[in-house]
Design a protein around this ligand. Structure first.
Ligand code: SAM
Ligand code: DTB
Ligand code: SF4
Length: 377
């Protein structure tokens, strides 16, 4: 079984003082979370976050495309799909030593996890030995390893776990209802099956989606319900903002409102409080202020380095400056936190609990849950 030491633990009981981590979310209550006043939503997300994590620490990963372009899938957002002409140079699987050089330099820049992505429908059998070498090499450098290679068979998941792969990324991307508008070459059920194999093989699950595909708020809620109602929450939940790439069918998609994007992060955190929510693709297009709000809403993980897989990401120095301005990762390394910070050590939660005993205190969260109950009644 692969290492899970740095992954957050789920708390399923309230005896420790933590709120219960739920797996029974309904679409209507999640829609109600989205519709809260922004300040109430962010406050609730920040409380949930502080129950499990140090709010001033953000985990840092670096991405590398180990096999670029000519993908047989038709994901409408993706510059690497062979169905669209995006001018991307297609490349064969990168040599193992070259991958390890990139991993070394990612480590030197402060990354604690190295994520390798391949534009495959699924990993071809002939390439598996190289993939295994890459995992072992990255681990030997003292980095956590993550891969995203498309669909996996049960055997492939077991093989990757056996090589020590820490995380497997496979996104649901959107709601089951909207999914067919975006991808036709692989089903939602296929994706869920791969995620089940990853979980059964003992790896950490990294699964999330994209905001900005033309979906509505109900679809965002629907995707989060799928993730949060899994028997165990994904340890890592990447929320991507669509990067619009010329040549893809979504090149002219309507821009996402930054506040709506932050709402999605906040709702993900409230529903999966012990998971690391990753502020993923799209940061190059975001202001520092929207990113700061995303951290406030509970995002605690980013990709560092000037490239994602094929598109631009902020320069590492720009991120360092942003972290310094926000007091993030001061005196810490940039690794993922293992939950949990006990609530009694959380000054904001203590203040909130003390205020609740005051007769004049208006509890927005309680009245929200009353509203939800009323909506169900
Ligand atoms: N081919 C593999 C797969 O789809 O599972 C792995 C690589 S794929 C590029 C990984 C994820 O990147 C996708 O599931 C999608 O969520 C995200 N992604 C791809 N293109 C994107 C874009 N233009 N904007 C935002 N996210 C994107
Ligand atoms: C994820 O959810 N986002 C990352 C990672 N998982 C593999 C990928 C973002 C890709 C953005 C488009 C590109 O650079 O090609
Ligand atoms: Fe291929 Fe992954 Fe891009 Fe879809 S998202 S086209 S599967 S590389």
């Amino acid at each position: 079984m692969s290492n899970t030491s740095s992954a957050p633990a789920e708390n399923s009981s309230s005896s420790s003082g933590h709120s219960v981590v739920r797996h029974d979310w309904t679409l209507s209550e999640v829609e109600a979370l989205f519709q809260q006043p922004f300040n109430d939503l962010i406050f609730q997300a920040q409380l949930a976050h502080r129950e499990h994590f140090d709010p001033n620490q953000v985990q840092v990963s670096t991405l590398l495309s180990i096999k670029t372009g000519a993908c047989p899938e038709d994901c409408k957002y993706c510059p690497q799909s062979g169905h669209y002409n995006t001018g991307l140079e297609k490349e064969k699987l990168m040599e193992v030593q070259k991958v390890l050089e990139e991993a070394r330099s990612a480590k030197a820049s402060g990354a604690t996890r190295f994520c390798m992505g391949a534009a495959w429908k699924n990993p071809p059998a002939r390439d598996m030995p190289y993939i295994i070498e890459m995992i072992k090499g990255v681990k030997a450098l003292g980095l956590e390893s993550c891969m995203t290679l498309g669909m996996l068979s049960e055997e492939q998941a077991t093989e990757l776990a056996g090589a020590g792969l820490d995380y497997y990324n496979h996104n649901l991307d959107t709601s089951p209802e909207f999914y067919g508008n975006i991808i036709t070459t692989r089903t939602y059920a296929d994706r869920l099956k791969t995620l089940a194999f990853v979980r059964e093989a003992g790896m950490n699950v990294c699964s999330g989606g994209i905001v900005g595909l033309g979906e509505n708020e109900r679809d965002r809620a629907g995707m989060l319900v799928q993730l949060a109602n899994m028997p165990k929450h994904p340890e890592s939940v990447p929320i991507n903002m669509l990067v619009k790439v010329a040549g893809t069918p979504l090149a002219d998609a309507e821009a996402v409102d930054g506040i709506d994007f932050v709402r999605t992060i906040a709702v993900a955190k409230i529903m999966m409080p012990a998971s690391n929510v990753r502020l993923s693709a799209g940061r190059e297009q975001m202001s520092d202020e929207i990113q700061a709000l995303a951290f406030l809403a509970g995002a605690n993980s980013i990709f560092l380095g000037d490239k994602l897989l094929t598109t631009a990401n902020p320069e590492a120095n720009k991120d360092r400056q942003l972290f310094a301005r926000l007091g993030i990762n001061k005196g810490h390394d940039w690794g993922e936190q293992s939950a949990v910070q006990p609530p009694e050590q959380c000054p904001i939660k203590a203040m909130y609990d003390a205020e609740k005993s005051n007769d004049h205190y208006y509890d927005a969260m309680a009245s929200q849950s009353d509203r939800n109950m009323a909506g169900h009644g």
